[in-house]
Design a protein around this ligand. Sequence first.
Ligand code: IMP
Ligand code: MG
Length: 177
Amino acid sequence: MVKYKTVLTAKQIKKRVKEIGKQISKDYEGKEPVIICMLKGAVYFFADLTKNISIPIKIDFARLSSYRNGTTSGVMEIISNITSNIENKDIIIVEDIVDSGKTLAYFIKLMKEKNPSSIRICAFLDKKERREVDIKVDYVGFDIPCGFVIGYGMDYAEKFRELPYLAEIINPEELDK
Ligand code: IMP
Ligand code: MG
């Protein structure tokens, strides 16, 4: 059985998300960015974040699959793309967690083909030590070490997304069994 412990409480998350919302509102003053939610993992972060942004925005959604059923990633494919026209628009891509960086690298390439005027990345969590491709995260909720985390949108084999806090799996040897 998978066991886990809380690493960030709902209260800590709420406070930090509010700060990022404020920062984005300041940085994009006078603009109307298109904020893109990377499904499914970023869904709660995205919902909380956008409610804390005080400038006009547009929202959109994209879903990539890497045929990941446990903790290892595989081939990348777009399952559902954004529908907005982002040509000459400022876009902010919102991710749950940047690990190797491969998911974002793939998505950024797709978005660049649509000629937005700027692209920034906002990630709830950054696992910097695990980076394999060079990705600059402009807004980071929290830097975390290498463990496997669940909750606040993040899953293990589609489970635990609904936890209102972030937890770390303490017996990772149970994963992928
Ligand atoms: P990357 O392509 O290696 O950067 O992987 C990023 C994606 O892997 C994230 O969007 C998550 O869906 C997933 N992921 C990476 N680390 C974790 C974790 O600790 N818990 C849950 N999902 C994770
Ligand atoms: Mg994800």
